[in-house]
Ligand binder design. Sequence first.
Ligand code: PLP
Length: 347
Amino acid sequence: MKKWIDLRSDTVTRPTLGMRKAIAEAEVGDDVFGEDPTVNILQERVAGMLGKEAALFVPSGTMANQLAIKSHTQPGDEVIIESTSHPYNFEGGAGAALSGIQFHCLKGLRGILDVSQIEEAIRPDDHHFPVTRLICLENTHNRGGGTIYPIQKMEAIYRFAKPKGLLVHLDGARLWNASVATGIGLHQYAQWADSVSVCLSKGLGAPIGSLVAGSKAFIDRVHRFRKMFGGGMRQVGILAAAGLYAIEHHIERIKEDHQNAKRLALGLSEMEGVSIEPQHVETNIIIFDVSQGGMTASQLAEKMREKGILIHAFGKAQIRLVTHLDVNEEDIETALKAFNEVLGKRQ
Ligand SMILES: *Cc1c(COP(=O)(O)O)cnc(C)c1O
């Protein structure tokens, strides 16, 4: 079988042998009855890591975010969010469909908002306006290029939000990456949000699963809505076991993904027609522009596919690459060699 080097996303990883063994040996029970011991351990572990009272296991990051939005808001409320964020762009319009909220989008710098922008976006207390209820942040920021939310900015936003009675949700699908890159603890980031979602199925390499964490009262509401959204699962300890294995074995190694991403970005910066700023590659996501070259992004993706390298084209001119558990240093060199054959070095 041909070995593809798949740089489209960090969701493409396959469970390792060790993880499959943990899955096979997992103790299970009916989690809708709260009786799956492995799920209960995972929930407690993740709540502890995030410094929150409770956490709930859910099938996807989308469900985690949308349950948080549902649990924090009433229909008609306004949710302040960055305009390239995941919950706004890539969750099928769920905020409107499932919670009846409207998003108030603000343009950030590679996904990062400043508290002053949020200050201006808060609606006055007047019957003409929707009620501003929730602020959603994303760390790391996917479409922003894996950008790390500076913790001081998160703190400033949270400190601004609290006296106004606003809630803060953190989409932490890749909070692990931010924490490994900066050395700042997960709980330190999480303290500046009322609720946090994290994904086990991205850089951590589990096949399925996310968690939402927050106060006990909040998680109680999330639990009710999880049932309503169809996310109550039964002997799901087989998945929680993969998640526990991932947390124990795959967090520290994320730094290799970050080194590989840096190496890729530096190599790409020497290629003809590529616009990239390697200093903006902070974690495992690389976004670059090819509009100065002779090909569209999808043409480049097609040429790379012929060489066994899978990459993701965004629109006409942008490419996203993501490093992960299933690509090693040698794969990065192979990918760069292929880019060089297709694009050539800058003169
Ligand atoms: C992938 C991702 C999600 C949602 O994940 P799914 O499990 O695919 O639903 C949420 N937020 C961010 C930032 C993501 O990258």
